[in-house]
Ligand binder design. Structure first.
Ligand code: ADP
Length: 790
């Protein structure tokens, strides 16, 4: 036997494999002695064996494994109580015997070199090991960057296992098995087994981790939900237990004269409510519905003031003028009172903005001692806005009518339906159908709202509708309305309204006394004419409000005692004049005529301009013209063409001139035939070169034969003309009857000229008379007529 003698050292839990290095702290006396011996006498060689019995402090023969490693001591660092030594493994050795039977001394060992086995098998195994390493993910237990590096560089198979095993955290018994195995293929196989086992362990570990995590998550979730439920329950129990609440509702039902059908409905819903689990999403919806049913007025009402004299007083107090309107309102109320009939039609106050429609309705409510509510129909295009959504609809609510009734708190308020002419209809249903039901006294005792479900009685409500433009109210609706028209105010009326109502109101609102702000009459007129151009007094009211606010500032800041408004102050506080009153029409002009229009903002003036240039006889129309207006333009031109020579115009002109007619754009599109005579006059003036008189306006439809037909809205149109400083208006004879309606103030300032023929219009409008010409027919035209004869 090739036995050799070396000093011996025993380790606990570590093995240095051949070819590998390892640092071990050595402190036991015997071990220190052996190290010394190795350094001194054995050329730094020492044999290292691992204890099989970890507990032995002075291990004997039975306490150690019999295969160890011959090592070289590479480096020593001395510490106070131990040496830190770097060993390098050289060769596996088998322990043969101890000299003198003492482990601290020397041992005899035989070398155990690694054995190569089947080479093909070896290369397959190496490949498999390399593959197994490659498949490992970073962070897995056997993964080692060092090893991977060496593998790629190409490592000897025996070194491979020794290196791998030393790096891996295998149990010491298993490491010892590697040490005792000399067959390289055997060791590679063991390594594959260990890697596979480790993989499985990792999988299992992962599974266990996941299960544990799931369990924790589920537990946490359960806990959270339980907490939440109990919190919700606490909230519900907080004085609003369904039982308790249900009792309150039952009590309210018993004590009040709700209609039987409503009582039954509420009780039915209440039972459903109480039987639902508290956390059910439906309870809220049912509760809201019950609240709506209970809160709507079913019997509550106010007592009407039946004294019509008093009603009259209130109406007079709140509004200046409007005599006819107030009279009609009083008549209406008298009839209603007298017959106590539900059949009276609903009144509709119609007129331009700012003439007091809303404030009249409020005043009626005040006069009758009734509550006042308002619903605007402007832009409503969906029937559901009036009739509500069915309860199955998410977030459903009653329609605006029922909402208004809830706000009114009584069954007999004055209910203002604002802008009934601005309702639109589309695919979502026709809101006017719902309004028909509301406004029909025969039907509105059983008004049905989709949400409320139970019929609701609207017959005690005093409905008042308002509209700007009657034409826009659907015909069926208009039939049910008793229209009371309010028209624009004249300057004098406006001054009165300002003095008696608007100024006192603004003084009060701004906490001023009548002595502190003085607006003389001529300044009110100045404001009306140069800072507002409107049918009503809304803008005027705003202007006065603005003056009142500036006054407060002047009094507080500049320590003024009182403010007397004059032109300079108005200019300083409100800026330059906003409207050029009566200035546009100062000069006589060719081809420009002032027409009069009737719009939803009241009357308005519009300039019609005509121009011509060389061309082929085309009529160009631009501006805000509707179809009817375009037709009027064609009729006007045809009429002039037919009568050209009589008017002193050569017919040749029409073939070689393009004519451009323009209606300047206002804010509102205008349409209607009433600009007929205006266009005819503009064209005649243009083609004859004779100017049109200044400060003149006209309105009237024209026919192909030159007749002037009556038009609508004369009152509004006259007021608009008057507002603009016009002094003469040419009107159709057929409208003379309407002059009765026109305020005396306007008639005093404006000269109305009734006409029935275009010739009369031109005679009055143009600054000089027309001179007829004689003109032979064009040869071209002759040819044509010959052909026609043949
Ligand atoms: P509308 O509803 O017709 O558009 P409002 O009722 O809102 O007009 O009236 C605008 C303002 O003008 C209100 O402050 C109103 O009191 C006032 N007003 C209108 N006409 C008169 C009048 N004849 N007498 C007193 N104040 C009036």
């Amino acid at each position: 036997m090739n036995s050799k003698t070396y000093p011996i050292i025993c380790t606990r839990g570590v093995i240095v494999f051949p070819g590998q290095e390892l640092v071990i702290d050595v402190g036991r006396a015997n071990s220190l002695k052996a190290i010394e011996n190795a350094q001194d006498n054995y050329n730094d060689r020492i044999c290292m064996f691992t204890q099989s019995n970890m507990n032995a402090d002075n291990p004997g023969e039975d306490d150690i494994y019999k295969v160890g490693v011959l090592c070289e001591i590479r480096h020593i660092r001395r510490f106070e109580k131990f040496l830190r030594i770097k060993f390098r493994g050289i060769e596996r050795v088998k322990l043969d015997s101890f000299e003198e039977g003492n482990l601290s001394e020397l041992c005899q060992v035989t070398m155990m070199p690694s054995q190569r086995q089947n080479e093909m098998e070896e290369s397959v195994l190496v490949r498999m090991v390399a593959q197994a390493f490659e498949n490992m993910r970073p962070g897995e237990k056997f993964m080692s960057k060092d090893l991977m590096m060496e593998l790629t560089k190409g490592i000897q198979p025996d070194a491979l296992t020794d290196k791998a095993v030393q790096l891996f955290s295998l149990p010491i018994e298993r490491k010892q098995q590697y040490l005792e195995t000399t067959g390289i293929n055997d060791r590679l196989t063991m390594l594959l087994e260990d890697i596979e086992k480790e993989k499985q362990l990792t999988e299992v570990e992962k599974r266990i981790n996941e299960t544990v995590k799931d369990r924790i998550d589920q537990n946490q979730k359960d806990f959270y939900l339980r907490e939440k439920i109990s919190a919700l329950q606490e909230q519900l129990n907080d004085g609003s237990l369904p039982g308790k609440e249900g009792d309150q509702i039952r009590k309210r039902l018993a004590e009040n004269p709700y209609p039987e059908s409503i009582k039954a409905k509420v009780l039915e819903e209440l039972t459903r409510y109480e039987n639902l689990p508290m956390a059910s999403g439906e309870t809220g919806t049912i509760k809201t519905y019950i609240d709506w049913l209970m809160d709507l007025p079913w019997w509550q009402h106010t007592d009407d003031n039946e004294d019509l004299e008093k009603v009259k007083e209130v109406l007079e107090e709140d509004h200046f003028g409007l005599e006819k309107v107030k009279e009609r309102i009083l008549e209406y109320l008298a009839v209603k009172q007298n017959t106590n009939s539900l059949k009276a039609p609903i009144i509709c106050l119609a007129g331009p903005p700012g003439v007091g429609k809303t404030s009249l309705a409020k005043s009626i409510a005040r006069a009758l001692d009734r509550h006042f509510v308002k619903m605007s129909l402007g832009g409503v295009r969906d029937e559901a806005e009036i009739r509500g959504h069915r309860r199955t609809y998410l977030g459903a609510l009653p329609g605006r009518l029922i909402q208004g009734m809830k706000k009114a708190k009584v069954i007999n308020p004055v209910f203002l339906i604002d802008e009934i002419d601005k309702m639109a209809s589309d695919i979502k249903g026709d809101p006017s159908a719902a309004m028909l039901e509301v406004l029909d006294p025969e039907q509105n005792a059983f008004f049905s709202d989709h949400y409320i479900e139970e019929p609701y009685d609207l017959s005690k409500v005093l409905f008042i509708a308002t509209a700007n433009y009657l034409e826009n109210i659907p015909a069926a609706l208009r039939d049910r309305l008793e229209i009371i028209e309010l028209s624009s105010y004249t300057d004098v009326e406006k001054i009165h309204i300002a003095k008696d109502h608007l100024i006192p109101k603004q003084l009060k609102e701004n906490g001023l006394t009548p002595e502190q702000l003085i607006i003389p009459d001529d300044m009110i007129l100045y404001l009306i004419r140069y800072y507002t151009r409107e049918a009503g007094v809304r803008q005027l009211e705003r202007t006065i409000a603005s003056l009142a606010r500036k006054t407060i500032l002047a009094i507080l800041k500049d320590k003024k005692e009182k403010i007397v408004i004059d032109k300079d102050l108005i200019k300083e506080w409100l800026g330059n004049e906003k409207v050029d009153y009566g200035k546009k029409e100062m000069e006589d002009q060719v081809g420009t005529v002032t027409g009069l229009a009737y719009t939803s903002f009241g009357g308005d003036i519009l300039q019609i301009e005509a121009n011509k240039f060389d061309g082929k006889g085309v009529l160009i129309l631009t501006g805000q013209l509707g179809d009817v207006m375009k037709e009027s333009a064609t009729i006007a031109l045809d009429y002039i063409h037919a009568n050209a020579n009589r008017y002193g115009i050569s017919k040749k002109v029409f073939g070689k001139t393009d004519i451009h007619l323009h209606v300047p754009e206002g804010a509102i599109p205008k349409d209607g035939p009433s600009a007929g005579i205006t266009m005819t006059t503009a064209l005649t003036s243009l083609l004859t070169g004779i100017p049109v008189k200044a400060n003149l306006a006209m309105t009237g439809e024209v026919t192909l034969r030159g007749n002037v037909l009556p038009i609508g809205g004369l009152k509004e149109k006259s007021l608009a003309a008057y507002r603009s400083g016009i002094t003469t208006i040419i009107i159709p004879k057929g409208n003379v009857k309407d002059l009765d309606e026109i305020p005396q103030e306007v008639k005093d300032a404006v000269n109305f000229i009734p006409v029935s023929k275009v010739d009369e219009v031109l005679a009055n409008a143009l600054v000089s008379p027309l001179t007829p010409i004689e003109e032979k027919d064009e040869p071209e035209t002759k040819e044509k007529s010959k052909e026609a004869d043949a």
